[in-house]
Design a binder for this molecule. Structure first.
Ligand code: ACO
Length: 203
């Protein structure tokens, strides 16, 4: 296997010329994104579509944004990431439809061996991260390698997600744990808030 194939399979690998080139590609595209202006809306969307492995029709990544490769980031329809998002995509980061990241969300697939000798020898590894549909990740959350988050989930701000989170829950904290299920009562409450807001809106 090549170093890239080892990386994608989750085995230990070393940086290679091929990986360095892909790293440089992402550096260039993120630099162009991060130095684009607020008037260049279409250009920003185009740059993200070129950078990521897959996007929906609509995607918005607020600069500044940083990632290692970009090509291993696969997002669904209407992905939104607020300022200062960092995605280390040594392994695939697969994100569903209607997912929102607050500011300073970090998704890490990258890890280094616990054993210092192997680590110092320059070997590293990745584990994929998967996020379902209709998920809101609060600001300053860190998602660790190997984590899967289900559908219809809210992750509280400042969380460190070290283990899988099931669907239809609010989870928060360090380490991130389920606080409670999202229920029919939540749906009724927020539907009513939506109705009141729309009735009051005069625009
Ligand atoms: C796309 C964007 O740009 S988003 C903009 C950025 N905004 C954010 O990041 C805000 C994120 N919001 C939160 O973190 C909110 O606390 C939510 C949505 C997770 C929960 O809100 P609520 O349902 O109102 O929960 P509530 O405040 O009642 O808290 C319930 C319990 O969870 C705890 N809790 C809530 N949020 C967190 C958190 N982030 N970390 C740890 N514990 C938390 C509360 O302390 C409380 O505990 P208690 O029952 O022991 O008192």
């Amino acid at each position: 296997m090549t170093e890239k194939e080892l990386m994608l399979s989750g085995m230990l690998y070393r940086q290679s010329e091929e990986l360095r080139k892909e790293f440089q590609r992402a550096r260039k595209l993120t630099r162009l994104l991060n130095t684009s202006t607020e008037e260049e809306r279409e250009r920003r969307i185009e740059l993200v579509k070129e950078l990521f492995g897959k996007t929906g029709d609509y995607v918005w990544v607020e600069p500044p944004f940083h990632c290692d490769y970009g090509s291993q980031i696969f997002v669904g329809e209407s992905f939104y990431a607020n300022f200062d998002c960092v995605i280390l995509d040594e392994c695939p980061v697969t994100i569903g439809d209607e997912v929102m990241f607050g500011p300073r969300v970090c998704v890490y697939t990258a890890g280094h061996p616990i054993d210092a000798e192997v680590r110092d020898a320059g070997l590293e590894y990745g584990k994929p991260v998967t996020i379902g549909n209709s998920v809101w990740i609060g600001g300053n959350t860190v998602i660790n390698p190997g984590v899967t988050i289900g559908d219809d989930v809210v992750i509280g701000s400042g969380s460190v997600v070290t283990k899988d989170i099931p669907s239809h829950v609010i989870a928060a904290g360090n380490p991130c744990r389920v606080i409670r299920a999202i229920t029919e009562q939540d749906r009724e409450y927020w539907k009513e808030q939506e109705r009141l807001s729309r009735e009051s809106c005069e625009e």
